[in-house]
Design a protein around this ligand. Structure first.
Ligand code: HEC
Length: 95
């Protein structure tokens, strides 16, 4: 039974990225809070709409959105990775 429940959780995570998938931060997501977290100098991005975060990351990566550091940071992540990070951050409550 335990295995069956775990299997369901994993499957739910793949089918609906907004549910179980965000229990654990995806690779790279915890690095964002150093600059964007509570008390940090930059805009708080926790709890922002997923589409907004993902779009900003895509624009930084392509260079269409001017930035000082985000261009370099965004280039370190694939589109898929940025989306996973966006889902995770969007579902996290702003502190
Ligand atoms: C070294 C500090 C630093 C780190 C780490 C960092 N950012 Fe940023 N972020 C910035 C700065 C500075 C800006 C403002 C644009 C610029 O000048 O690069 C910004 C802007 C943004 C914006 C746009 C905010 C707005 O209101 O326009 C988003 C979204 C964002 N970052 C997402 C992320 C994500 C996702 C991560 C983790 C993968 C991340 N950032 C990691 C410094 C950082």
């Amino acid at each position: 039974m335990r295995h069956a429940a775990l299997f369901l959780i994993v499957m739910a995570g793949t089918a609906l990225p907004v549910s179980a998938a965000d229990l654990r931060p995806p690779p790279g997501a915890s690095s964002c809070s150093g600059c964007h977290g509570d008390g940090a100098a930059m805009a708080v991005i926790d709890g922002r709409p997923e589409a907004e975060i993902a779009a900003a990351m895509a624009e930084y990566r392509s260079g269409t959105r001017p930035a000082s550091v985000m261009t370099r940071i965004a280039k370190g992540f694939s589109d898929e990775e940025s989306r996973a990070i966006a889902v995770y951050l969007a579902n996290r409550k702003a502190q």
